[in-house]
Structures are given as structure tokens and as C-alpha cells.
Design a protein around this ligand. Structure first.
Ligand code: 691
Length: 446
């Protein structure tokens, strides 16, 4: 059976994990290709970033949610030629189920909204911070995982929802020192594309695919774009008109081209008016070429970009009014955004805005005398009961060693349990920043 299991690959490589007696070859201590460890310093930066994500989400009254990193593959099978589909980290589990590591959070959120159905009242305002995965050939040496912050508003049809989402991202940027001279938002609406396709009687069913192709503008040669558009039966004229419209950079020009009756125009005008009222007009600009690469967007789309043009999009989002109904749910309007943990760090480095995060501990407690180790433990316990953080030195070490460690962990106070002081029911304290030193009764210590 064991051999059989091993052959079919049903069991992991070893039935029992190697014990200390089994070590023959050294294991690879690096994490799997395209993935990262988070040692303390990197973890402090990640926690700082996520804390800001959380505080902004709560400032906007959003509730936190989360979902399994593993989902049914069916959640992400969209036939629109999206890159996210080509790189799906999917496999067959031991129960022969097709599953995937989530490449994004929105489909899981949609699934949970439908599952909750009538038991949650609209509008829903949820946020999540979750690890997302992709499997791409390591030829490109890119990462296979990243963390995404998502905020979504479900059940609000008008653009006040998109205006609110953009406001929350700007609030985040401001909190970490990024201004509208560092970053802007390109805003458009897919209803512009929809209108052009309608005028050339292109079937609605091709809408998602056309958007995915258009999103590759500036990423692949224009001729390939034209070829791909032709492959979805767009006529020469339709392609020309499409590319014409996409180069429009002002709402007035758009109105000239499309006429004032188009819904896209009304949405965009209202969004820019709301931006004015929020006070973030200088952060956003209309740019018809913005379509985003996810097939399910149906209306306003936006992306945060670095004005120096060195980095890839920082974040992006938009309206996806049809996603819930494609999952068999009711026709509920929805919009949201995703904000990755990679480009933002590059931007902070570029702008010299990386935070100085060092480990902090209030006390380091040690005993200089082997027999007083347990007394040191009781002092540590006492301080911790009072909510004081303590790094307890767990084996007898020379004072020089303790000072070195105290400096490394940034301890504020050194508490020494020494026999002479202990006889008097006291310990000696040293404030490491000032060097001030004094003795204190144990039960006065706090
Ligand atoms: C810059 C970066 O790490 N991007 C990235 C990394 N991993 C991903 C994984 C899933 C989907 C998108 C991803 C995007």
C-alpha cells in the first residue's frame, strides 16, 4: 500500500516526517519559488502597511472579512482570455476536486455575499487583506504571491460608491505621506467601450474579451492589439473608432465624440463633481484608455499610478454589476478595488517614505546570580501582569551580553536581580536611554 501510495503520489513524499535521526541531505531553507518569508524586519513593515489598510477601512465604516486561500477552481474560470486565468494556481486535490489558490479576492467576496443572501442587509461594506497566488513560468522571475487589500461596496448602484472607494485609497496615501504630486488616479468607464461596441453592433458577449485585449494597450505592440480585436470579429472601422475613443483625455472631447446622452458621461461627470466635494479633485483625471484587465468590470474603472511613470499600477478597481448574477445570485450592483503589497513598497522607497520600524520592548530582566534565575522570572511575571513587555534573560549571562541584547532589542529599561538588593527586597533599574540608575522595592515596580 505504501509503495502504491507513493507511486500514485497520493501520500506526501514521506509518510512520517524525518526525525533528527533521519537527516541525510540538507533541506532547501529557502521558501518555494516566487514566494517570500517574513523575518522580523519585513514583518514589521508588513504589519505597518496592513495596520494602515485596516485603520482606513475602519475610518470608512467597513467590516473586515476573510475567505479560504483555497477555492473551487470554478470561481475563477472566465472565458475572457485574462492573464489571471492563464496563471491560475490550480490543481486536483486528493478528492479529485478541481481547486485553485485564489488569484484575487473579489470572487470569494461575491460567493460569500450570495451565501449570506437575505441575511445581510445592503449596502454591504466589507474589506479584506489576503494573500493571492498565481502560477507563472519562473522565466519571468516574478513573484507568485502577494497580499492584496480589498474594499468593496455591494448594493449601491450609483457612483457615490466609487467616489467613496477612491476617497478611502487617497486617505491611505495621505496617512503614509504620499501626496497628489506623487500619485494620481486615471478614471474612465467601460460604458464608453460598451457604447462604441453597441454602435458597431458587436454582441455584448464579446464585451469582457474586448476589454481584456484593450487593457494590453502600451503593454504589447498596437498591431497585436488590432490582430486580437480582429480575432473577435471587430471590423477595421470598429477597431479604428475604438482606438480613437480610447485616446480621449477630456470629458468635453468625449461628449463631442459620443454625444451627451451616453450613460458613461453622466457617471463620470457625477464622479468628478463628487471628487470636488470630497476635496480630492487634484488626485484624479479622466483617461479613456483605462479599462483594467479583469473581465467582470461593467462601469467606472480606476487605477492609481505613480506620476513619475516608473512603476506599474499601484492599485485598481471599478464597478462589477454583473458578477453576482453570473454566480447565480441576484442582480446586485457592486464595486471595489484591489491594492497590492508590492508596488506601494517600491513607491515608498522611491520617495524616501519608508517608515523606521524597530523592535520595542519596555524591559529586559536578568539575574546576575545563577540561583536568582527563578526570582528574575517572578519579577518578569509581575511586570507583565501590569501590562509591561519584558524580555526575560533565560540563562545566566555576563552583564556585557545583556547590555548588547538590550541595545539590539531596543529595551527601554534594564532590571537586574542581584543578591544584595534582593536581600533588601529590591531590584536595580537602569533607564537605558538616559543611563539613570536606581534601586526600587519590588512591589513598587511598574
Ligand atoms: C508585483 C507583484 O508581486 N505582483 C503580483 C504578485 N503575485 C500575484 C499573485 C496573484 C495575482 C497577482 C499577483 C501580482
Amino acid at each position: 500500500a505504501e509503495l502504491d501510495n507513493a507511486r500514485t503520489g497520493r501520500s506526501c513524499s514521506l509518510d512520517s516526517p524525518p526525525t533528527h535521526l533521519d537527516v541525510t541531505q540538507k533541506i532547501d531553507v529557502n521558501p518555494p519559488k516566487g514566494t517570500r518569508d517574513f523575518p522580523p524586519e519585513e514583518m514589521r513593515l508588513r504589519n505597518w502597511l496592513f495596520q494602515n489598510f485596516r485603520e482606513v477601512s475602519q475610518l470608512f465604516g467597513f467590516e473586515e472579512v476573510d475567505f479560504p486561500v483555497l477555492e473551487s477552481e470554478a470561481l475563477f474560470i472566465r472565458k475572457a482570455g485574462e492573464e489571471i486565468r492563464d496563471q491560475l494556481y490550480c490543481f486536483e486535490d486528493r478528492g479529485n476536486r478541481r481547486v485553485a489558490l485564489r488569484p484575487e479576492l473579489t470572487p470569494s467576496l461575491a460567493r460569500l455575499v450570495i451565501q449570506k443572501g437575505k441575511s445581510v442587509s445592503l449596502p454591504i461594506k466589507w474589506f479584506a487583506i489576503g494573500q493571492c497566488w498565481r502560477y507563472e513560468r519562473m522565466t519571468r522571475g516574478r513573484r507568485r504571491e502577494h497580499y492584496q487589500w480589498n474594499m468593496d461596496i455591494i448594493g449601491v448602484p450609483n457612483v457615490t460608491a466609487e467616489a467613496e472607494l477612491i476617497s478611502s485609497i487617497i486617505t491611505f496615501f495621505k496617512r503614509i505621506g504620499i501626496t497628489s504630486s506623487d500619485v494620481g488616479f486615471k478614471v474612465s468607464s467601460r460604458k464608453v467601450l460598451q457604447e462604441v461596441l453597441r454602435r458597431y453592433s458587436i454582441p455584448e458577449s464579446l464585451f469582457g474579451r474586448v476589454c481584456v485585449i484593450i487593457d494590453k494597450l502600451e503593454k504589447i505592440p498596437i498591431d497585436d492589439i488590432k490582430k486580437e480585436l480582429k480575432s473577435v470579429e471587430l471590423s477595421e472601422d470598429a477597431v479604428e473608432e475604438l482606438l480613437q475613443i480610447l485616446s480621449v483625455k477630456s470629458l468635453t472631447k468625449l461628449e463631442e465624440k459620443l454625444g451627451s446622452s451616453v450613460e458613461a458621461l453622466a457617471d463620470l461627470k457625477q464622479l468628478f463633481l463628487l471628487a470636488e466635494k470630497y476635496g480630492y479633485s487634484d488626485w484624479i483625471q479622466f483617461d479613456a484608455s483605462i479599462v483594467r484587465g479583469l473581465a467582470y468590470y461593467t462601469g467606472i474603472v480606476f487605477e492609481g499610478f505613480d506620476r513619475e511613470g516608473k512603476l506599474r499600477a499601484i492599485c485598481g478597481g471599478g464597478r462589477y454589476d454583473r458578477l453576482l448574477s453570473t454566480f447565480g445570485g441576484d442582480d446586485i450592483p457592486a464595486c471595489g478595488f484591489g491594492f497590492g503589497d508590492a508596488v506601494i513598497v517600491e513607491l515608498l522607497k522611491e520617495r524616501g517614505l519608508m517608515p523606521e520600524l524597530s523592535p520595542q520592548v519596555q524591559n529586559i530582566v536578568c539575574s546576575l546570580d545563577q540561583d536568582l534565575q527563578s526570582e528574575a522570572s517572578s519579577v518578569a511575571a509581575r511586570l507583565r501582569e501590569k501590562g509591561q513587555s519584558v524580555d526575560l534573560v533565560l540563562e545566566s549571562k555576563p552583564l556585557k551580553w545583556v547590555f548588547k541584547r538590550a541595545a539590539r532589542i531596543n529595551a527601554q529599561r534594564l532590571i537586574i536581580v542581584g543578591s544584595t538588593e534582593w536581600q533588601k527586597g529590591m531590584v536595580s533599574v537602569k533607564i537605558l536611554s538616559s543611563g539613570e540608575q536606581y534601586e526600587i522595592k519590588i512591589d513598587e515596580l511598574e
